[in-house]
Ligand binder design. Structure first.
Ligand SMILES: [Zn+2]
Length: 221
């Protein structure tokens, strides 16, 4: 599949849906290139597997054997654990709360550790050690560089529950609860990197027609 080409995942998803149209939601679920085959009994499962593999062959689609798993009684699928007992959250996805994770990450950040020492010594009054043990900048929790910060940025911008806010709006929302050095800049940078925003938002679209001359600066830069 040519990923990176606009619409390739959607087109592929559509193809998969067409190929498995007859059996979708009966014993097959697919999500882009993941195919899940489920059955009530082993005998039934053999039947279902045969159908799916045969169908793939008929449509000249190939599955990579090393990436396939067969005869499982439970499986993690789309962030959930699916088994004979029903669907439950994938334990790997159940993480300790965000604050706990930030706190753990703070311990590994030398700058924040220094701030903490200064706060404890009463030398930097803007930093406080919160009663839950985390270092705060005023009331805002200090987020060290790394995965947690990236995740916060991602959640605030492009999770299923957010709507790709602009940098200023996103910064305003985030700064209510979080703090790090150069936060405004890193928020702007992460928004600028968002492919969806680049493609969709009007300010990034070029005006059709002749080339536009650059504005002549009126003041030194
Ligand atoms: Zn975006």
């Amino acid at each position: 599949m040519l990923f990176g080409v606009t619409n390739a995942p959607a087109t592929f998803m559509n193809l998969m849906n067409l190929v498995f149209y007859d059996v979708l939601d009966k014993f097959v679920e697919d999500f882009i290139d993941d195919i899940l085959v489920y059955s009530k009994s082993e005998a039934e499962h053999a039947e279902h597997l045969r159908y799916v593999l045969q169908t793939l062959r008929e449509h000249r689609l190939f599955a990579k054997y090393s990436k396939c798993l067969f005869w499982l009684d439970r499986i993690a699928f789309l962030g959930h654990m699916v088994s004979g007992d029903g669907i439950s959250m994938d334990p790997e996805k159940i993480q300790s709360t965000l604050v706990e994770r930030i706190k753990a990450a703070q311990a590994g950040d030398s700058f924040l550790q220094k701030c903490r020492e200064l706060a404890v010594a009463g030398l930097r009054s803007e930093f406080v050690v919160h009663e839950d043990g985390s270092l705060r900048f005023g009331s805002r929790i200090c987020v060290p560089e790394g995965d947690v910060r990236e995740e916060i940025l991602r959640e605030a911008h492009s999770s299923p529950y957010s709507i790709h806010p602009r940098g200023t709006k996103m910064y305003k929302d985030l700064k209510l609860n979080f703090w790090w050095r150069g936060m405004k800049r890193s928020v702007a940078r992460s928004v600028a990197k968002c492919l969806v925003c680049q493609q969709v938002k009007a300010e990034h679209q070029c005006i059709a027609g002749l080339l536009q001359p650059l504005l002549i600066p009126e003041w030194k830069w």
